[in-house]
Design a protein around this ligand. Structure first.
Ligand SMILES: Nc1ncnc2c1ncn2[C@@H]1O[C@H](COP(=O)(O)OP(=O)(O)OP(=O)(O)O)[C@@H](O)[C@H]1O
Ligand SMILES: [Mg+2]
Length: 664
């Protein structure tokens, strides 16, 4: 983990039983901190410190750990010798996983528990010294400890060199390995601790960089945070880490679109808010949100996370802020809920709806969240991530940074126009066409599938709640009914094996069916039999619904709106019909490199940034300089770059020259 792996804060219940299993003493703490410590003779202990109380210590011996519900922030430690059990709940899932992993490594890796003989010797020396017993935190996990622990769990091929302590190795044992999985003879628990994350799509082998860490720290200290950054700077990746570092009770992860919500394992903001589309009058919205289920959700919420904030309508944001204060009977901004918002306002804006129920003759206006008065009262800290991770080619990153602010010069035009001739297909995999309109994308996929020879095979999803299929279809990319044929162009929807390139977004082609499952060959020539995978989404009320389906989606074409947030392997686009500021930038920034993209008809006119957003980002930087908030209003009308607007040109220039910096 990126914070201290040997410390965990959560709810703790401790229970002792007598020899015949009758429950005796019980202790319950809403919040306690667990640390992993060693005594003078290097024995390992878990120290439990309840708030404002003295610590209790439990020796890590004859320990059994149940961690089946680790992803929900729960685990149990059974100390057999002491007839004692510690029940952990409401633990940040990521932190819990790393805490358990640290215990496992420390007990199995180099420098673990001493064996009997050496312990007796150390104990004797300690007693003779006459010093009082002292405890210290365990040292951070070392690579050697990790390799040894992995080896003992059978995860490292024999022959890998380490420098294990021979005595320690004899006795060290982690009974956690005996948990249910092992008893069933399936995957050993230790393997799970290493191989899978409780967090969908997260690759915990990747470490947060310093700028991401800073945001994580602010979020875990309860601040109201907005962080932004260009496409591919790891905003959603960081958000998943933030979610895993927060207690699950009261943490609601949402996004403005279903696809984006799925990427962070959350729900849509609209589903959570309980005020429909938010088009009704304020009074009606308050009534809608006061219905029992909705009101309870609002009352339970302590931390609200919103990804792709650029697509949240400003009026909607203002309404939910008022709803939160009203339902929670709390006058603080958002009724005292901690806000963690992330997105890039230079990507897609809120979708304009023609129907504004409250005011029949009103012209629909595109209002960003940052233009609402609620924004200014709520946001305490703003950050900008600057390191781009999706693309590694500096030339492409530079071009994208220019496009982001609607700046296109001759050399950019020449370079992008040149991609129209390049061959990006390979291995039978065709480029995915990014369309500006969803209907175009759907009809391309349908007709291409029809035109293929052979029979269609239907893969039906297995949903935990059949009544929720429609909602699952909106939120999860894997459809309830997936028709495939051999030679169908597909995209992988899960991270299967990151080192083999079988990652979310990888493009492939169905080469055959094997035992009723599609076999896909990917661009890197890897073949994979697509087994059913599971998606979990949270409902607005905190419940869980799941879908099992093969992790594929037809990929001849996608709409640009549906592609926001994704990383794509091999894309072709015609931008002649783009209709939104930032739309061309979103399309292009899905690609990992200039070599994997083809723009059929590039024209500088297709690229523009919303002047109001540019103004906002300028104020964002000025705020850093003045350390005061600059009020921003919807003063500028949307203008395309073709307009000779010198004020706008100046803003763009200043944004290009001085990248925004994080402030708190
Ligand atoms: N610290 C990191 N180290 C390595 N890779 C990273 C890191 N942070 C993010 N990435 C990778 O960068 C890619 C882009 O990340 P992500 O989708 O989170 O970006 P984003 O800022 O949300 O982009 P968008 O604005 O398009 O939604 C992902 O493949 C992710 O795994
Ligand atoms: Mg994202």
């Amino acid at each position: 983990m990126d914070l201290n792996d040997a410390v965990l804060t959560c709810a703790v219940n401790i229970q002792w039983t007598n020899a015949v299993g009758i429950t005796g003493r019980k202790l319950a703490y809403k919040t306690a901190t667990l640390r992993l410590v060693r005594n003078d003779i290097r024995e390992l202990f878990v120290e439990v410190t309840p708030e404002k109380l003295k610590p209790l210590k439990f020796k890590l011996k004859d320990l059994m750990v149940h961690k089946k519900f680790m992803a929900e922030g729960k685990a149990t430690f059974n100390f057999k010798a002491e007839n004692c059990a510690i029940y952990l709940s409401n633990a940040p899932p990521g932190t819990l996983m790393f805490f358990l992993r640290t215990i496992f490594i420390k007990m199995n890796g180099d420098g673990g528990q001493p064996d009997d003989a050496s312990m007796q010797k150390k104990l004797r020396e300690h007693l003779l010294s006459g010093k009082p017993s002292s405890f210290e935190d365990v040292s951070p996990v070392t690579t050697a400890e990790m390799i040894l622990a992995r080896k003992k769990a059978g995860l490292v091929p024999k022959g890998t060199t380490t420098t294990p302590s021979p005595q320690g190795a004899k006795k060290r044992r982690f009974d956690e390995l005996k948990d249910q999985d092992r008893e069933k003879g399936t995957v050993p628990a230790a393997k799970k601790l290493y191989q899978s994350s409780p967090l969908a799509g997260t690759d915990e082998s990747l470490r947060l960089n310093e700028e991401q860490m800073e945001v994580l720290r602010a979020c875990t200290t309860g601040k109201n945070v907005f962080f932004t950054g260009s496409a591919g700077t790891g905003k959603s990746f960081l958000l998943r880490r933030i979610i895993s570092a927060l207690p699950p009770d009261g943490t609601i992860a949402t996004a403005s679109t279903g696809v984006a919500a799925c990427l962070i394992g959350g729900t849509t903001l609209h589903a959570f808010a309980g005020i429909g589309g938010g088009d009704a009058t304020m009074q009606r919205c308050l009534e809608l949100a006061s219905r029992p289920v909705s009101a309870q959700t609002w009352r339970k919420c302590k931390r609200l996370i919103i990804d792709e904030i650029s697509m949240v309508d400003g009026q909607f944001f203002e309404k939910i802020e008022a709803v939160a204060r009203h339902i929670r009977r709390n006058d603080r901004p958002f009724g005292g809920i901690q806000l963690i918002l992330c997105g890039d306002f230079l990507q897609l804006p809120p979708v304009i709806r023609g129907d504004f129920g409250a005011a029949p003759n009103a012209t629909p206006q595109q209002r960003f969240c940052f233009q609402s008065s609620a924004w200014e009262t709520c946001i305490q800290c703003v950050y900008e991530l600057k390191q781009v991770h999706r693309q590694s080619d500096p030339e492409f990153v530079k071009i994208l940074n220019h496009l982001r602010i609607g700046h296109v010069n001759e050399s950019i035009t020449t370079r992008l126009a040149a991609t129209s001739r390049q061959k990006i297909e390979g291995n039978g995999i065709l480029a995915t066409q990014l369309c500006s309109h969803t209907n175009d994308a759907n009809s391309i996929n349908e007709s291409k599938l029809e035109n293929l020879q052979g029979d269609k095979v239907l893969f039906r999803s297995d949903d935990s709640d059949a009544g929720m299929t429609k909602q699952l279809d909106q939120q999860i990319q894997a459809p309830s009914q997936l028709y495939l044929k051999v030679n169908a162009q597909v995209m992988l929807l899960k991270n299967i094996n990151i080192s083999n390139g079988l990652v979310n977004g990888a493009r492939g082609v169905v080469v055959r069916m094997e035992k009723d499952l599609p076999v896909v060959r990917f661009k890197n020539n890897q073949e994979y039999v697509c087994k059913h995978e599971k998606w979990i989404i949270k409902t607005a009320t905190g419940g869980v619904i799941t879908r099992r389906q093969v992790p594929l989606k037809l990929a001849w074409a996608f709409s640009i709106h549906k592609s926001q947030g994704l990383t794509l392997d091999c894309v072709e686009m015609s931008l002649s019909k783009v209709f939104e500021a930032g739309q061309a930038y979103v399309a292009l920034s899905r690609a990992k490199s200039l070599q994997s993209v083809r723009i059929l008809d590039f024209d500088a006119k297709q690229v523009w940034a919303n002047p109001q957003v540019l103004q906002f980002y300028k104020g964002f930087r000025r705020r850093l300089m003045d350390t005061t908030m600059i009020p921003l209003g919807p003063k500028n009308k949307d203008k395309r770059p073709g307009d000779a607007n010198s004020a706008l040109a100046k803003i763009k220039k200043s944004l290009m020259n001085k990248p925004l910096v994080s402030i708190s």
